[in-house]
Design a protein around this ligand. Structure first.
Ligand SMILES: Cc1cc2nc3c(=O)[nH]c(=O)nc-3n(C[C@H](O)[C@H](O)[C@H](O)COP(=O)(O)OP(=O)(O)OC[C@H]3O[C@@H](n4cnc5c(N)ncnc54)[C@H](O)[C@@H]3O)c2cc1C
Length: 286
């Protein structure tokens, strides 16, 4: 097994594209190293991206935020401007693992590990985040929801690396939130996760919304019907009932030891209501 630590994205993409055996990108390693040590994978090449310029940076830009692919959960939590603009995204990323895991784990790794229960992904999808991808054929930008295509599978092609995640500029009176249900108080995999992102007008009426669900389908699911239930309302009881019903209807979960199908379907609606109210409060609504 070869370990490489290139300093440019071009060199990293070339190494990955040329490798004939199994090649993996290493960001924080909190998924990759576990899979390696438990024998699920036997890489021929590991390309560590942490020395590539820009991968450890969080930048506020004219169009929002650019978060480098190797930025850890802890670094996200320490960035006051990002936390103020996107508290839901940061709280979702900060739920990953423990203090030790936070020092390493990245949102890009969480996305590319392609677990349906990945905590940061519903919040990123609700935020309308995009992934900037660099590969042998150049650069492309896609919506984050297009990256995971099934449990453990992504749409990334050979040699492609996500160099950053971009979050759009915030409109005034906007807020987001992420909630998950786990059987324990921490260090567990989401049984259901919900991300909600809303923008209000001066009267507190929702003008824009995005709602995404995790752990209730093979991939994180954007639920446009749930967003429609909120838009044009002040999130009264009828709107929240419609939101909960739309979220429950969008679930096609599995049964497992941590939650039955029925439980997941019900909890998706319950968490969506709660997350929507937190997002509204953060947007300055009452
Ligand atoms: C103790 C423990 C607790 C955990 N708790 C949680 C939890 O509560 N919630 C949760 O969602 N997850 C949890 N995880 C899983 C893991 O920590 C997260 O998925 C984390 O965000 C992965 O990030 P990473 O940078 O460590 O990824 P890595 O392990 O470095 O990479 C993960 C995958 O993504 C690929 N990859 C990484 N970066 C890129 C890139 N830039 N471009 C393309 N592909 C890339 C890698 O090749 C690999 O296949 C936990 C893990 C552990 C060990």
């Amino acid at each position: 097994m070869r370990y490489e630590r290139p300093t440019t994205l071009k060199a990293a993409a070339q190494m990955l594209a040329k490798e004939k055996g199994q090649a993996f990108i290493l960001a924080g390693g909190t998924d990759l190293l576990v899979r390696l040590r438990t024998g699920f994978i036997e890489p021929d090449l590991i390309v560590d991206i942490k020395s590539i310029s820009g991968t450890k940076a969080i930048q506020k830009t004219a169009t929002g935020f650019r978060i480098g692919a190797a930025v850890s959960g802890a670094e996200l939590g320490e960035n006051a401007a990002l936390k103020k603009a996107w508290p839901g995204v940061v709280e979702a990323a900060n739920l990953i693992g423990s203090k030790q895991v936070q020092g390493r784990c990245t949102m890009t790794g969480n996305l590319c590990n392609a677990s349906p229960a990945a905590d940061s992904v519903p919040a990123l999808v609700a935020a309308g985040a995009k992934a900037v991808i660099v590969g042998p054929k150049g650069k492309r930008t896609v919506a984050v929801e297009e990256i995971p295509v099934g449990p453990g599978k992504t749409s990334l092609k050979k040699g492609e690396i996500i160099e950053s995640i971009v979050l759009p500029k915030r409109a005034p009176k906007s807020g987001d939130a992420y909630l998950r249900f786990i059987p324990r108080s921490e260090m567990d995999i989401a049984v259901v996760g919900v991300g909600v992102n809303v923008t209000l007008d001066g009267k507190g009426v929702v003008t824009k919304a995005r709602v995404a669900l995790g752990a209730v389908a093979p991939t994180v699911r954007l639920v446009p019907e749930a967003a429609k239930a909120l838009i044009g309302t002040k999130m009264d009881k009828a709107a929240l009932d419609a939101l909960a019903a739309a979220c429950s209807a969008a679930c096609s979960p599995i049964d497992d030891k941590r939650g039955t199908r029925e439980f997941r379907i019900k909890v998706a609606g319950v968490l969506a209501r709660r997350a929507a109210l937190i997002a509204r409060k953060r947007a300055g609504g009452k």
